[in-house]
Design a protein around this ligand. Structure first.
Ligand code: TRP
Ligand code: SF4
Length: 399
């Protein structure tokens, strides 16, 4: 089976909270068992909006990776690395900048949105405008098939697809490509070449993606093809040129929306988080102090869970029985708010306990993180170099 590659990145925000865990990490941890995965710290990206106050990027990077590991990312399964240590990302970004129309970047919806939202910041920089292209380079350099991202990043993925298509269109042609591709088809043998042609037609005429995948699987399996013929056939399948860069697809996650302690989205800037490193006493205190339905002034006042942020946590953490107990007890004033919070406190503590254990281990052995990242970077660099060789060759750069 053709193993699809997964790539995703996260800005180095330092210590992570339950919003990151439920929104992103739970999904990454699942994916690491299903695909070859590359997960990286997008430290250059942090500079696109924060060049004037970068803070300690190195420390934020190590802290965040410690939390990744504590949460359950396994360096034996996934490749974990740091963007800035693979300068090939920057090279691909530069080369692609030559052919990226300015209008494409200006039209990415997050460009104007963010400028308006973060109006206190100077975002009229070259780096900020080019941010989606840097993200495209992060993805394309690993020839990723799938990129797990949140809804907000989908336009960036679309941009990366268009950038890849444009690159392949501009540089994927070689003289006599069509003839060479037909020759390569013949080399598949009569049965397989007929199947390949059939699948290719289905994909090109009807956009049948399953047909494309089947054809890719077929090419992966064929033993006797040369690398160059195989590449030609991958390219011929997609269109007319050699496929040098792969168009990635967004892997949208139905992530649980993690509410913060006040019911708004959990976010460091709102000060409403429970971090993965919060001590049990702190978790207990924070949840106990959570506001509840304002109508429940006294213990004897009935309430409405819909109006209470604690209920949002029950929706994530509690089973049906417990949720029914909350609904009934709240509306009838049968239970107090502290009673209601207790099962949530217990669930969060239970979830965090093994993470705290692992975090302690990495805290006491920071050199392990250093070596995990060094190894991850080596592996990522190998992939990146391979792609860059092809990119330079296609653009006629190096000898
Ligand atoms: N832009 C992403 C964010 O802000 C982080 C990111 C950078 C990323 N490069 C990436 C995500 C490549 C996926 C793939 O959340
Ligand atoms: Fe919220 Fe529970 Fe109190 Fe109802 S009983 S207001 S759901 S904390």
């Amino acid at each position: 089976m053709y193993a699809e590659r997964v790539v995703s990145g996260m800005r180095p925000t330092g210590a992570l909270h339950l919003g990151h865990y439920h929104g992103v990490l739970v999904n990454w941890i699942k994916l690491q068992h299903e695909y070859p995965c590359l997960f990286f710290v997008a430290d250059w990206h942090a500079l696109t909006t924060n060049y004037d106050e970068p803070g300690n990027l190195h420390k934020n990077t190590t802290d965040m990776v410690a939390d990744w590991l504590a949460a359950g990312l396994d360096p034996g399964e996934a490749t974990l690395f740091v963007q800035s240590r693979i300068p090939e990302h920057a090279e691909l970004h530069l080369l692609m900048s030559m052919m990226t129309p300015l209008g494409w970047l200006e039209r990415v919806p997050t460009y104007k949105d963010q400028q308006e939202k973060l109006s206190h910041k100077d975002l009229s920089t070259y780096g900020f405008l080019g941010y989606p292209l840097l993200m495209a380079a992060d993805i394309l350099i690993y020839r990723a098939d799938r990129v797990p991202v949140g809804e907000d990043q989908v336009p960036h993925l679309e941009f990366a697809r268009e950038a890849a298509r444009r690159f392949n269109h501009l540089y994927g042609r070689e003289p006599g490509f069509e003839d060479k591709a037909r020759e390569a088809v013949k080399k598949l043998g009569s049965k397989k070449s007929r199947l390949y042609d059939e699948l290719r037609t289905r994909f090109q005429q009807e956009g049948d993606k399953a047909a494309r995948e089947a054809a890719q699987a077929l090419l992966e399996e064929v033993q006797h093809l040369s690398v160059i013929d195989r590449e030609r056939l991958f390219g011929y399948l997609e269109g007319t040129g050699k496929q040098i860069l792969v168009e990635p697809e967004a892997l949208l996650t139905e992530a649980a929306k993690m509410p913060g302690l006040d019911g708004a989205k959990m976010s460091k800037s709102y000060g409403n988080t429970i971090t993965l490193r919060d001590a049990p006493e702190s978790v207990t205190k924070k949840i106990r102090a959570m506001p509840t339905d304002p109508a429940r002034m006294r213990r004897t006042d009935p309430g409405d869970p819909q109006k209470c942020p604690v209920w949002q946590l029950h929706r994530i953490y509690s089973g049906e029985d417990c949720k029914a107990w909350v609904q009934q007890g709240c509306k009838s004033a049968g239970i107090g708010c502290l009673d209601c919070k207790q099962p949530v406190i217990e669930s969060v503590l239970k979830e965090l306990a093994p993470m705290r254990e692992r975090a302690r281990y990495y805290g006491e052995n920071p050199e392990i993180i250093t070596s995990i990242l060094a190894e991850g970077c080596d592996r990522a660099r190998e992939y990146a170099r391979e792609t860059m060789r092809d990119v330079r060759e296609a653009m006629g750069i190096s000898g």
